[in-house]
Ligand binder design. Sequence first.
Ligand SMILES: [Zn+2]
Length: 285
Amino acid sequence: MNSISLRSSISTFLVSVVLLIGTGLSHAQTSTASGAQGRTEILWLGQAGFRIKTPGGKIILIDPWITGGPKTPSQYKNDLAAIGPVDLLLVTHAHVDHIGDAPALAKMHNTKLYGPADMVTPLIHLGLIPADLGHRFNKSGSVSPLPGIKVTAVKAEHSSLLVHKNPTTEKMEAHHAGEAMGYIIQLENGFKIWHMGDTGLFGDMKFISEYYKPDLVMIPIGGNFTMDPDDAAYALRTWVKPKMAIPMHYNSNPMAKGTLAEFQAAMKGSGIKVIPMTEGETVQF
Ligand SMILES: [Zn+2]
């Protein structure tokens, strides 16, 4: 898609944001799109977890902390299968609020778990996923797991540790799990989402934005483990300058005190459209 038609399609996105609060729609109920001309639908599952329905009708699930998430909508928290089919499963790093139910979902749907190479390796070696359900990649690496969809791993300024209860000893173990990543997710219509994962501020946010030109950024604002609202606003206003931003990674951990209101105040007058969501809410473009 050339830049003019991309801009035009983005304008369409901007004028047609529809909020469907607490719909909890199943895939069957929402799967009305066909081809790349359909709508994009984003459901916030809480923390960094999103279900993205692409214009081509594919379902991308990222950082699905569902059964353990304190703010997960109950229809999913109580029934993991209710999340519906999963065509692409992405995990940014091994912390429990990100890897969450991903191994279970990979096995449930017989779909590959895509994640940092050195996180996927211990998942396989510990027997948490079978080897053929893990895809290892690393920063600057791209995968095209579905027609018209491309995912590129990018830097995140964060850590990654896999905590696992050994079923034989019943003791908790900590395993190295590589480096945390973010993802540039390009959909069938050329629209690009940058899911930042967990990250602090880093100057190459400017480079990533210039190089990949994301339209929508999912950005952590909670603080303590990641950027706080002022950090996130600085990154967006100064370096990233996307058309739209969805704040995430707040409201689930008492140590991450950043609020939506603080973020909105810090973004005021920026010209960047902030899309505030509540857990369980769906935004449709
Ligand atoms: Zn983390």
